[in-house]
Design a protein around this ligand. Structure first.
Ligand SMILES: Nc1nc2c(ncn2[C@@H]2O[C@H](COP(=O)(O)OP(=O)(O)O)[C@@H](O)[C@H]2O)c(=O)[nH]1
Ligand SMILES: [Mg+2]
Length: 424
């Protein structure tokens, strides 16, 4: 936890203008050592809260024997952590209960920070103010597939809830990105029953915001809509008989009960949790450096045009465009040299990671055993839509012909997210 806090402090919260509170929740008492060490890692206020017993127990309506048999089974077939009783409590608490904890009553916003995560990039603005000023309600930085075997009845239950509470669905909600379409590939081997079993277009495609990072509105998660949906799922016992994660529950909830323009992709927040990682393009750093240079800005637009053109041709290096003269190259070098000098020879990185494509993590959480149908575009592309769905014309590209021959499906997108910030 200390490692996570130190990164958030140095990348964001340590600034005088921020210094936001930290609130820690546990189902047991925190030790003195934990409190002391944590309080030492930040100059912000820290609160250490014990979660009330009734927020972290098997509800009275859940049949414990059925829960035990179910989690042994799910454990046996390899559904991640499903055999751990505490994991079910944790998912249920994060799915709905957390926002109702008394300690959070006076806050409008939360940022979920887990132990052992990495924050790779400086965050040079106030993310909470950004959310508020732009009327956002939910921010995420990865959208990926989950193991469908962890929530076999989630979509049935969700449809049943919508049938009974249609008026709660937002008029500007857009959950098409969460539904299978006829284009989606199917790697499931089904026994032939003779019945016409058509593939299930319009069903949930298992995409989710990876919720161990999220910045959200507590008002939303305390709202009647979210509470009613959470209670519906909870009453059906899905947090125990199945292993509903808080991630798909949050994803479906914000996608059904909020307009899509209140959801924000924090592509600029470099982040890693276990195997899943995202690292945004760093180019803005050079922009800032050029802008603040005493000799005035370089002809950036022209330069960028030349640069973009080359990159679109698929090469990595930046050619000199018609507008970049030797003089401007020289000025650029001088700027960098000054910067290196100013920082005593160590150039400050705004991101300490290698830029990744936006769909890097799409299937990392789906084990081989789970033969589930895969959406034909990755989750994040389905969310972003538009130009993010445009594929390269592969026919003329010799490399891709070779890749297809070697077994690749040959799908490549025009934009991979390594250049520019993909704010829609
Ligand atoms: N208080 C408490 N927190 C837990 C427990 N199990 C998991 N967590 C926390 O819940 C979060 C998610 O758990 P983790 O094991 O990382 O799950 P995963 O990332 O979904 O594989 C982390 O912040 C854990 O520290 C538990 O039994 N008690
Ligand atoms: Mg984790």
């Amino acid at each position: 936890m200390v490692a996570s806090i130190l990164q958030v402090e140095s990348r964001f919260n340590g600034r005088d203008t921020h210094q936001y509170d930290w609130v820690f929740f546990n189902n047991e008492d925190f030790t003195e050592e934990f409190r002391a060490t944590i309080s030492n890692a930040t100059s912000s206020r820290c609160f250490f809260e014990r979660i009330p017993k009734e927020h972290w127990s098997i509800p009275s309506w859940v049949d414990e024997t059925r829960f035990d048999v179910g989690r042994q089974f799910m454990g046996g077939i390899g559904v991640g952590k499903a055999w751990l009783q505490s994991y079910h409590h944790m998912c249920r608490w994060n799915a709905g209960i957390f926002a109702l904890e008394e300690r959070l009553a006076n806050y409008d916003w939360y940022w979920r920070v887990e132990p052992a995560v990495k924050f790779h990039c400086d965050i040079n603005y106030d993310v909470f103010r950004f959310m508020q000023d732009n009327n956002m309600a939910y921010g995420f930085n990865m959208a990926i597939l989950d193991d469908a075997r962890s929530f076999p009845s989630l979509w049935e239950q969700t449809k049943a809830f919508i049938d009974q509470n249609g008026e709660l669905v937002d008029n500007d909600a857009d959950f098409n990105w969460l539904l299978y379409t006829a284009d989606d590939r199917d790697d499931v081997i089904r026994p032939h029953t003779g019945a016409d079993e058509g593939l299930s277009d319009g069903e949930y495609n298992n995409c989710q915001f990876y919720s161990n990072f999220e910045i959200g509105s507590l008002d939303f998660f305390r709202s009647k809509k979210h509470r009613a949906y959470f209670n519906h799922l909870d009453q059906a016992g899905g947090f125990y008989y199945e292993r509903l994660g808080d991630a798909p529950v949050h994803t479906l909830s914000v996608s059904l009960f909020l307009p899509k323009d209140r959801l924000w992709y924090f592509r600029d927040i470099g982040y890693a949790h276990g195997l899943c990682e995202q690292c945004p393009p760093h180019e803005h750093q050079l922009d800032e450096m050029i802008d603040s240079h005493p000799n005035g800005p370089l002809p950036r637009d022209a330069e960028r045009e030349a640069e973009t053109e080359t990159r679109q041709l698929g090469r990595r290096s930046v050619v000199l465009g018609p507008f970049e003269t030797l003089g401007s190259q020289h000025r650029r070098w001088k700027t960098m040299a000054q910067d290196v000098e100013r920082q005593k020879g160590i150039p400050g990185l705004s991101c300490g990671c290698t830029v990744s494509a936006i769909d890097n993590n799409n299937a990392k959480l789906v084990p081989y055993e789970s033969k589930q149908r895969k959406p034909s575009d990755t989750c994040i592309r389905k969310f972003l839509g538009g130009r993010w769905l445009v594929r390269k014309d592969m026919v003329s590209d010799l490399n891709s012909v070779a890749e297809i021959a070697a077994g690749s499906d040959g799908l490549e997108y025009v934009l991979d997210g390594r250049i520019g910030i993909p704010f829609h």
